[in-house]
Design a protein around this ligand. Sequence first.
Ligand code: FAD
Ligand code: MG
Ligand code: MG
Ligand code: MG
Ligand code: MG
Length: 547
Amino acid sequence: VSGGGVAAFSDARPFQFGYADAAHDVKKKKVVVLGTGWAGTSFLKSLKDPSYDVHVISPRNYFAFTPLLPSVTNGTVEARSIVEPIRSIVRKKKFDVHFKEAECYKIDTVNKKVCCRSTQENNLGGSEEFTVDYDYLVVAMGARANTFNTPGVVEYAHFLKEVEDAQRIRRTVIDCFERASLPTVSEEEKKRILHFVVVGGGPTGVEFAAELHDFVNEDLAKLYPALKQHVKITLLEAADHILNMFDKRITEFAEEKFQRDGIDVKTGSMVVKVSDKEISTKERSSGKTVEIPFGMVVWSTGIGTRPVIMDFMKQIGQTSRRVLATDEWLRVEGCDSIYALGDCATINQRKVMEDIAAIFSKADTNNSGTLKVDDFKGVIKDIAERYPQVQIHLEKNQLRNFLQLLKSKDGDDELNIEKFKQALAEVDKQMKSLPPTAQVASQQGVYLADCFNRMDICEKYPEGPIRFRAAGRHRFRPFRYKHFGQFAPLGGEQAAAQLPGDWVSIGHSTQWLWYSVYASKLVSWRTRLLVISDWGRRFIFGRDSSR
Ligand code: FAD
Ligand code: MG
Ligand code: MG
Ligand code: MG
Ligand code: MG
């Protein structure tokens, strides 16, 4: 059994792959992938081992580049430019990939199969249903928009999650302008129709509000000069500030810019109800409920768990959790051969304090009950690999300082378990759960594919063939996220970026950085060319305002 030294620090099962039965030449292992979003697609793109039989199930036969969805809402970029058919993504694979356009509505862990339903109606008025069995299941079906059960949201608000959502928003904006242009519509009604409300001050809500503001001021104002004075954009946020997850400097810049632009940012206001023409909010400062008439509402307050995942969690006994939990190897806790990644799952990280006794005895090679600081030095690398929080702590505090801390004041460098605990007491504070981003999902996809690619080697040579041993390629290291920074486009050709190491950059040059980063991240040369020509077209001719 592989797994290597690190696994000894926890109860983590090593990767379980079925080559032990020695029948592996006979039948290919069947891998079923649910979802063709960031996580699923990046897994498929990185999977190289031709010894798998791969089946992909997703209700959409394409991958969508979600960071450019807000640009689709106003026609800066066309919807077609940001999607890539999944069949063409996997076409060049050395192995067969079978795609079925359907949604999975049940995962049956007992019989190792998934139940699926076509999203298209058949000629009997129902939909085709079928099951697919698996040896390994990769769950990557993302999340759904979260409404917090607020009444009226599903009926009257727009989400901004899928390509169809973005297209619908674009049509609705134009609809509002055309409707407000009709001769029979009163002034007051015009004001209502042209009031655009965005709920949620996270990156998506903020970017959408900024894009809409640009669209109105740069393009629609020229085409509907009589209506410009009636247009209003309001951004509602329940917390005290927008862009909470960003550095304070970015939040401040964004709030000031929005104020100058005339976007009404209302913080501390919680939406309690949406009806067809009015949205009700509860203001934290006054405790009052306010009714705001609107023409269109866009709801962007974060994500929630899909019903099929909830049902799956019940089946496997993860009943007390809100999000599907995996270990650091992305294996779903409580079942075999099922992996989950991206927005539909979260990694349940282990605390150092919970494993402290095991870590201590591992470092204490001669079983003396005490540790020399040098013994500790010998295992710190392994510990840091297993527990990311130790790595972060070391990066912040330098190994030398950390070891100094371990030595007691009287110059005695022997540690017993109590002192050892004290030394590591602060470490778990560095634990952070990973954000639901494309960056995380795609890195997890690459990681898992790499594990699948090496499964064979790892099973055959637990110690690793020599050439792999040096690089540690015979072991499955836990997943480790590498953060490259995050952007917040703010409109008017300005953006903010928060890069690793508390590096903040704001302004027009950052917008150009944004253009180049996102152009380079697009999945194919075809989409890259399309997006860049969309941007060029916009610069020259402005946005298209036809429906
Ligand atoms: P998704 O990409 O949502 O993919 C889920 C897949 O599962 C889809 O193919 C879906 O069709 C499929 N599926 C759904 N239900 C089923 C089912 N029942 N059975 C089978 N398949 C199913 N992140 C960033 O890092 N940077 C950004 O700038 C950024 N901007 C964003 C802007 C917007 C408007 C949005 C909505 C998100 C943005 N994100 C960004 C977040 C990023 O898109 C998500 O974190 C990422 O898509 C998660 O990947 P995923 O594969 O887990 O889920
Ligand atoms: Mg996916
Ligand atoms: Mg996606
Ligand atoms: Mg999703
Ligand atoms: Mg996740």
